[in-house]
Design a protein around this ligand. Sequence first.
Ligand SMILES: Nc1nc2c(ncn2[C@@H]2O[C@H](COP(=O)(O)OP(=O)(O)OP(=O)(O)O)[C@@H](O)[C@H]2O)c(=O)[nH]1
Length: 345
Amino acid sequence: MSDIAKVPCSIITGFLGAGKTTLVRNILQNAGGRRLAVIVNEFGDVGIDGEILKGCGVETCSEDRIVELSNGCICCTVADDFVPALESLLALEQPPQHILIETSGLALPKPLVQAFNWPAIASRVTVDGVITVVDGAAVAAGRFADDPAALKAQQAADPSLDHDNPLEEVYEDQLLCADLIVLNKADLLTDEERVRITAEIKAAVPRAVKVVISEGAKLDPKVLLGLNAAAEGDLAARPSHHDAEGEHDHDDFESFIVDIPAVGEPADILGRIGAATAAHDILRIKGFAEVKGKPMRLLIQGVGHRLQHQFDRAWHLGESRQGQIVVIGQKGLDRDAISREIAGG
Ligand SMILES: Nc1nc2c(ncn2[C@@H]2O[C@H](COP(=O)(O)OP(=O)(O)OP(=O)(O)O)[C@@H](O)[C@H]2O)c(=O)[nH]1
């Protein structure tokens, strides 16, 4: 059977804060009239990414074509959430010509690729390609590398342990499933680091996979879409740390929400978040805040110690302005202390 009738889907994966939403937004804004739809999944209960994408107001991808799945991690809720979401997009009067699926930063892409073989959707969609976005700055800082000292200490305590770093496992699974790897945040890398990390990535992936380098995940959609990988038919070439175990349960990570009162100045909340990320091992922070007297909402994003903020859009009439910040890290975060530090008061 020909694949011509199947709607191509791109799976965009990559660790927390790598630049997936930024890449999806760039594709939407440069779609060249192609009718797109997005399924976006987040770790945590508040859908910030969907909000950011809806906020960018692209005509060919209206809000009803952006589906948020924030009920757990997409790789573990395939049957309940993902397949029905895909079916509802395909049932639209004008179905999308290409679907972008942004996974959570902690998702393993392979179970998602596998889901494309489900009878309910197998004849109607195909994986055009798995695009893995890599946070170049995090790799350069050794974020995903095993820490030899920590590994030794853990193995001394429990000799059955063979891996000390859940971040590395997720990162590697995402690389191993890729049809295209985007080495992002090149602005934060030296030339030497760009070359070295590209070589390290290529060495880690047993298949020949192209690595492209980007700043702000700005790439021509022609590079990203139309890979024709039909990845669902090619699972054996995509090894995973979790092949033996089946699903993974994200026990290594946790997320929670901090409610924040309106602030006088962006600097107030940014200072508090900066202090909290310096004092605790927080992987990712994102959310919105109200600044007193401002008609615009403040979007705050943190990856490790790096914080960014912008007023992303005007508050809608009647919309709740309750500030909320999502905090994600490895299990064992001191929630009370972090909540107090960020909320202030
Ligand atoms: N310096 C720098 N920052 C970037 C680049 N690309 C994205 N960012 C910033 O990195 C932060 C995270 O970007 P997102 O696109 O939200 O990352 P994500 O992968 O969708 O994050 P999660 O969905 O939380 O996993 C934002 O503050 C972006 O503005 C880049 O190339 N360079």
